[in-house]
Design a protein around this ligand. Sequence first.
Ligand SMILES: NC(=O)c1ccc[n+]([C@@H]2O[C@H](COP(=O)([O-])OP(=O)(O)OC[C@H]3O[C@@H](n4cnc5c(N)ncnc54)[C@H](O)[C@@H]3O)[C@@H](O)[C@H]2O)c1
Length: 285
Amino acid sequence: MSITRVGIVGTGIMGTGIAEVAAASGHAVIVRSRTRSAADSVLAGVKRSLDRQIERGARTEEERDEILSRISVTTELKDLAEVDLVIESVIENLAVKLELFEDLHGVCAEATVLATNTSTLPVVDLAMASGRPTKVCGIHFFNPATAMGLVEIVRPITASEETITAVTEFAKACGKEIVEVEDRAGFVVNALLFPYLNNAVKLLERGVASKEGIDAAMVGGCGFPMGPFALLDLVGIDTSVAILDTLYEEHREPQYAAAPLLRRMMAAQHLGRKSSQGFYEYKRR
Ligand SMILES: NC(=O)c1ccc[n+]([C@@H]2O[C@H](COP(=O)([O-])OP(=O)(O)OC[C@H]3O[C@@H](n4cnc5c(N)ncnc54)[C@H](O)[C@@H]3O)[C@@H](O)[C@H]2O)c1
């Protein structure tokens, strides 16, 4: 099967980025949001991103308008009935995603592949909730989806070869490099990345260095593009805690037990860039 029409559910950081990537690579995209204002914010977010690319000389105004014309928005899940592929990118919460997969099965055509952008949750659980287990897999984009080259294709034991092939071809058409991974919490990237990020918070809690010092050490000493606290703010503190909790739940290893400061920040709604306050402060959009 070939994928030309893509539905996206979830209008946060990742849903917006994936909508842009899919539309920029020629797909017809329909984004479903629970509210009209969030749906409109996706279009505004994609336009902002494309305008920045025009400023850098990476795109023309005609290209921007063409990409935007491929994206439509809706508040109705049933408007995703005829797409070839749905990518859900709602909050990292298993109960919410399970309900969504059940609902998607109720509205989408039999042939539609349902994919999740989950960072860590068991894809097989979503596959079983969907009522079409052979047609469910993970397609894990990285943040920002427009800039990061990798997509992890997650193969639950229930997925058919046809599903994995179709989604792999789609991700390649989006210009991404593919790594196929088994359905284990954290897949490859987050299983390796999150103990490091969590340990950085524990170092900070022990007073080994300031957050600026730790960030500067990892940029200057390891050549990383940003330090751990800048990255935690980019990912989102709530998403980071959810990822660590799932990793801990599956592996029961202390390296995955979220540092207390992360939970306190989450309680205070210091969620990183998306709330303008995380380890650092950001300008409100
Ligand atoms: N942030 C990252 O760096 C990153 C990277 C890769 C994958 N992901 C994954 O992408 C998904 C979305 O993450 P994000 O960073 O875009 O989060 P976000 O907080 O920016 O957006 C979350 C979205 O979920 C919606 N939502 C919240 N509660 C909901 C509910 N009860 N029912 C339906 N929708 C609800 C919100 O309205 C919003 O559209 C998660 O599964 C996350 O693990 C995140």
